[in-house]
Design a protein around this ligand. Sequence first.
Ligand code: ADP
Ligand SMILES: Cc1ncc(COP(=O)(O)OP(=O)(O)O)c(N)n1
Length: 281
Amino acid sequence: MDLLPLSPRGETPVRALTIAGTDSGGGAGIQADSRTMAMCGVHACVAVAAVTVQNSVGVRGFHEIPAETVADQVRCVVEDIGVSAAKTGMLASTQIIEAVAQVCSEVGIGRDMEVPLVVDPVCASMHGDPLLHSDALDAIRGVLIPLATVVTPNLDEVRLITSIEVVDDASARRAAEALHALGTQWVIVKGGHLRSSEKSTDLLFDGDRFLEFSTPRIETGNDHGGGDTLAAAIASALAHGRSVPEAVEFAKEWITKCLEWSYDLGHGHGPVNPLWRLHER
Ligand SMILES: Nc1ncnc2c1ncn2[C@@H]1O[C@H](COP(=O)(O)OP(=O)(O)O)[C@@H](O)[C@H]1O
Ligand SMILES: Cc1ncc(COP(=O)(O)OP(=O)(O)O)c(N)n1
């Protein structure tokens, strides 16, 4: 595949910011984002929104960071280091979502602004454990998605946000239209959860045209952190100056390699593995 360039020795890499939760098991959240960004030649800055107590089997709980501290991390990084793309993951609560939206608008992160924003509207883990208070869905719909350059829900998140059950291409297109109507510039409806299909197809939509990104389905239960990794790879490609369709094309190939190189960990779902880049050149 066509990889993103690593910066030469001593040269400052492009920067991206992830605003998300930590995963104590090291498979998802900020840990997944930072690994993918590093392997994509991007220096990852982080604004921690929540600390999860999590392993390969599930999420036992989480602790939220005060909303103002989350916003201050963003402000502080942008002011000094500067970023060319940003990504949100687990934001946990309405207060944090509102503070993040406010600071992003203030520093020029978001659709039609200087710095593109990838919004992964994380609601729950793959085990079904909550990562967002249910009363924060309104803030996802009304505050976060309208700020997004691209929003990347999985099918459970699509159902929670739009009440549309995606079962085939027609319902995926209806869901993409409903999500786009909330105000995002682009939307990707991810097909990873359509397990009956032989392919894993992600549908990208900008309000006008649909683009499909499809790969053969990989048989593995080690897919923890897959959604984060896709969104972090999109943010990395955007930070390198790629367009949204180019970034999604890159990210789909990236996550496919990461799934091929995933490994067993603990007693549950192992993580996808962006370190494949160190082995295959
Ligand atoms: N078994 C699989 N084989 C190939 N691609 C997959 C597989 N599972 C997920 N993907 C891809 O990984 C990315 C994350 O998908 P998904 O599992 O839907 O999201 P999440 O991890 O947020 O639940 C998407 O690009 C999806 O197409
Ligand atoms: C801290 C934290 N953030 C996000 C997730 C969810 O990760 P994601 O890659 O979207 O999906 P799964 O691995 O749950 O399929 C998480 N578990 N923890």
